[in-house]
Design a protein around this ligand. Sequence first.
Ligand code: FRU
Length: 496
Amino acid sequence: SAEEQMYRPNSHFTPKKGWMNDPNGMFYLNSTYHLFFQHTPFQSVPDFSKMHWGHAISKDLIKWQELTPAIAYDEKGAIFSGSAVVDKDNTSGFGDGKNIPVVAIFTYHDMKKEKAGEIDAQSQAIAYSLDNGKTWTKYSNNPVLKNPGIKDFRDPKVFWDAKRKQWVMGVAAQDRQHFYASKNLKDWVFLSEFGKDVGGHGGVWECPDLFPIKVEGTNEEKWVLIVNINPGGPNGGSAAQYFVGDFDGKTFKMDTLFTKQLQKEKVAWLDMGRDNYASVSFDNVPDNKRVIIGWMSNWDYAQEVPTNQWRGSTTIARELKLVKKENNYSLISAPVSELENYTAKSFTKKKITAREKITLSEANKIDLTKAVVNLNLKDLEAETYTFVLSNKEGETLSFGINNAENYLFVDRSKSGKNNFSDKFSMPITKANLDQTFLEGTFKIILDKTSIEIFFNNGEKVMTEIFFNSSPFTQLDLVSKGELNVKKLKINQLNIN
Ligand code: FRU
């Protein structure tokens, strides 16, 4: 269909049919990455009483193949978000002696209870797979964690705490975070609460993720807690925040430096764009890599975006690193290196010092609906650098850096269709920077309907979607003040 042609992404996962929101239960096993996702297969708007876990697999986190939905709703409720773990030691007893059990931990959402105004509509339950996530058996004694009297009690993320030899579950509880422990994934005991007076509280906490991570270039280990929040994001609607600290097997405590940092910035955000939600990480990735994928949309307008066959896509898979600089911690995220394997050809231009309008599709046969644009800026003296993508209809998507007032920005207000929701179009989306830069790099992943901007190797990230009438073919480099682009390199991706 025309819609398929125009909007179906090239390098991002979308379900063939139906609705998708959060990534769920991601894990790696037997050379394969598994992605599950909140899915209503039969319609492109969510049915919260009939939510499934959809399923897709990949060898390299880039190219995905959709399989049939993995876990379906039943009489106990819809299958809401959650995680999956590779239970190598068969602590659950679900193993059959031949195959490693993979255990999914999800939220049952009981619509009947919710409609009746009962507080305990959400509880945590498990299912296991002995065939690499293809088919699942729900545990007969579900739920494994009953509702303690908290209306929003969901999105269990479980990991193996090797030091304490226990499974730990982080679960979102209203606008807090609760932790539980278990030896067998079936019996859970309460450990602790986190989050009362810290971080963003403009909405409900959802989809948490706690994991250990090495501080880059050192042997120091820290723990990072990602907490998604809706609404209350930095530019409105849903977004992901994070905390840096330590976990002793019971309690997550914020690091003292990070606590000071938060006194200044209030909230540390994973992505400053409008469209990266429910980001959580994979279980069991080799070499201790921490890889995340998010849902590339926002509850502010997700149900109204102008696609009909399907709705929703994922962000590009990103690897997280924790960097400590001048007593500040920051979680940086960059596209996984596997993306580079898809570079078919590239276009390079050096030393651009005057405004330049580059027509890509004609001159170089570069298709900006599957491209990675790398921009190296030097001697950043100008006040603003604006990069404008445009098409033959004159629609524009602009982004760049305001170096006088220290922020990055994206402006999609003239990028095409935007009247489907009042909340979709705002004049500009900003990401505050805490300093002025002399040099800066931008890595920009472009697809048919999305832009993902990684500034200075992922120190700041902005992800946004748009719906233009025809592909962007021009890149215009504009500056207020002297322009100085050391290098522009566009890699054409060959993904299909
Ligand atoms: C986050 C979320 C989760 C919930 C799921 C329902 O986007 O609201 O908290 O489990 O989506 O689809």
